[in-house]
Design a protein around this ligand. Structure first.
Ligand code: ADP
Ligand code: MG
Length: 240
């Protein structure tokens, strides 16, 4: 589903992604960890073209992302992204927040969009909040709305960039539970997180990044029991 081939990215002179080679298969759950500033968000943002790569080749969903002919809107439509900050429209209800993009971008009718939105709101456990405004919800509930909004586009791939980092501790679990349920539905997911329990439990593969490189790639069992890289050991000793 995703292939990076010798991808480099620079911000000006700053080399942020260094010779990235990576393949992610349909249905895989990949968790990306690493210190702040190591390039995790940039890696994710390249996958849906929020950032352009400087050289190399990047294929997402059989589409060459770095090809000028690529229809980026079409590509993005197939990818849901959930950020640390939920970015909901404050003056729209929960339901409107979810139906807007499918109606605009996919041309879905209002009744169908509503039906789909209610299906995903139910899935994330807050169907009763459909007519509330974001400010009337807790952070955990808002993040679940953001996940439902991503799912309502029926994407092939979901990207999560530290989805629980802005939440109070008691709300982290409810968001992680929703994400866990998604993995059971077979969704392809790339998740940047510092939640090591989640990583250990649901990841098919862990990528550890440091200074713009993927320095270790392993199953959670291998990685947590015995990280090969000294940098990964140090990181784990700080976060566990
Ligand atoms: P992470 O998500 O692992 O914390 P990022 O991908 O956000 O790392 O950032 C990696 C590095 O690139 C950081 O040093 C950051 O300051 C830098 N960076 C991120 N975005 C930009 C930008 N738009 N322009 C210049 N430098 C950036
Ligand atoms: Mg980041």
């Amino acid at each position: 589903m995703i292939a990076f081939k010798d991808v480099n990215k620079y911000y000006g002179h700053f080399h942020v992604l260094k010779t990235i080679n990576l393949e992610i298969k349909k249905g895989e759950v990949v968790v990306v960890i690493g210190p702040s500033g190591s390039g995790k968000s940039t890696l994710l943002r390249c996958m849906n073209y929020l950032e352009t790569i400087s050289d190399g080749e990047l294929i997402v969903n059989d589409v060459r992302v770095n090809d000028k002919k690529t229809d980026l809107n079409k590509l993005r439509r197939n990818i849901g992204m959930v950020f640390q900050h939920f970015n909901l429209y404050p003056h729209r209800t929960v339901l409107e927040n979810i139906t807007l993009a499918p109606m605009k971008a996919l041309g879905v009718s209002k009744s169908e969009a509503t039906q789909t939105a209610m299906f995903y709101l139910d899935k994330v456990g807050i169907a009763d909040k459909a007519d509330s405004y974001p400010s009337q919800l807790s952070g955990g509930q808002q993040q679940r709305v953001a996940i439902a909004r991503g799912l309502a586009m029926k994407p092939q791939l979901m990207l999560f960039d530290e989805p629980t980092s802005a939440l109070d501790p008691e709300m982290i679990g409810e968001v992680l539970d929703v994400m866990k349920a998604l993995t059971q539905d077979g969704m392809t997911m790339v998740v940047v997180t510092h939640e090591m329990g989640f990583a250990r439990e649901v990841a098919d593969r862990i990528l550890f990044m440091d200074e713009g490189r993927i320095v270790e790639e392993a199953t959670p069992a291998e990685f947590f029991a015995n990280p090969r890289e000294e940098r990964a050991r140090q990181f784990l000793s700080r976060v566990l």
